[in-house]
Design a protein around this ligand. Structure first.
Ligand code: AMP
Length: 282
């Protein structure tokens, strides 16, 4: 495994691999690996000749007052886990290398970024799509792998790829969870023990929504209210949003007739956690 921090060096290396006919899989990450990241690497390892993982805490996707400075970082630990997972190349650039002096070009997906996390984190997805476009240009992957935990991100990135005619496949993989159902996240380590116990209400509320939809509930407002009320039984939880929406357009649903996305963002102290279920009314 090789670690590269220079954008031109990774670009040259990947160009030469592609010229040799190798397929390249990319797993973009912000590091502080957990089993969710590793599962993406395993899938990507199996599908491609070359596996590239990027580790970059992208400053422009954090708003003012958000947790850029305190975001967990552990490059040495990440490199050990990447090696174990069979990664060929780790791209770990500095912020200055990605956004050198004079940088002024941003990529903006306009519609599917408006709701959910886009509403509570203005500018977040513009930062995501800009860095993802740069990573795709530098690495030229045949496939890029994303986790369902950040479901809106995957919708936004698919839109970016379709709208800008980028020639790669976006692969979406299931959310990896802790034993009590909490979605794994680099931010979970910042929860205090009581907050960590309280956070299991997120999975419990989504599971309950799933049961109710499977049992025939079709009114999105009823599901919304149910999830909201269940989270509010937990005194340490502060809801940022709960939404029941169309998984493609991310527009709110009135009636659940086919696939529905039940998504939420909830704060426990300073830590904001997100999760979602894709549920199909049958
Ligand atoms: P991050 O480092 O948090 O930006 O995440 C990098 C990639 O890993 C994104 O595609 C995430 O959706 C994905 N990911 C994060 N947590 C999980 C999880 N618990 N299960 C599956 N994928 C995840």
């Amino acid at each position: 495994m090789q670690t590269i921090d220079d954008p031109s060096a990774i670009q040259r290396r990947c160009e030469s691999l592609r010229r040799d006919g190798k397929t390249i899989g990319l797993v973009p990450t912000m590091g502080a690996f957990h089993e969710g990241h590793v599962s993406l690497m395993r899938w990507a390892r199996a599908d491609n000749d070359i596996l590239v993982v990027s580790v970059f805490v992208n400053p422009i996707q954090f708003g003012r007052g958000e947790d850029f400075d305190s975001y967990p970082r552990d490059l040495d630990g990440d490199l050990a886990q990447a090696e174990q997972a069979g990664v060929d190349l780790v791209f770990a650039p500095s912020a200055e290398a990605i956004y050198p002096k004079g940088f002024q070009t941003y990529v903006d997906v306009t519609e599917v970024t408006k709701g959910l996390c886009g509403a509570s984190r203005p500018g977040h997805f513009r930062g995501v799509t800009t860095v993802v476009a740069k990573l795709f240009n530098l690495i030229g992957p045949h496939r890029a792998y994303f986790g369902q935990k950040d479901y809106q991100q995957s919708v936004v990135v698919r839109r970016l790829v379709a709208d800008l005619n980028m020639a790669l496949d976006i692969v979406l993989l299931p959310t990896v969870r802790e034993a009590d159902g909490l979605a794994m996240s680099s931010r979970n380590i910042r929860l205090t023990p009581p907050q960590r116990r309280a956070a299991s209400v997120l999975y419990a509320s989504l599971s309950r929504a799933e049961t109710r939809i499977r049992d025939g509930e079709r009114n999105a407002a009823t599901i919304f209210e149910d999830v909201r009320a269940m989270i509010e039984t937990e005194p340490l939880a502060r809801i940022d949003y709960v939404a029941v929406c169309d998984p493609e357009t991310l527009q709110p649903l009135d009636c659940i007739e086919g696939p529905a996305l039940v998504a939420l963002a909830v704060r426990f102290g300073e830590t904001r956690l997100i999760d979602n279920f894709l549920i199909t009314a049958s």
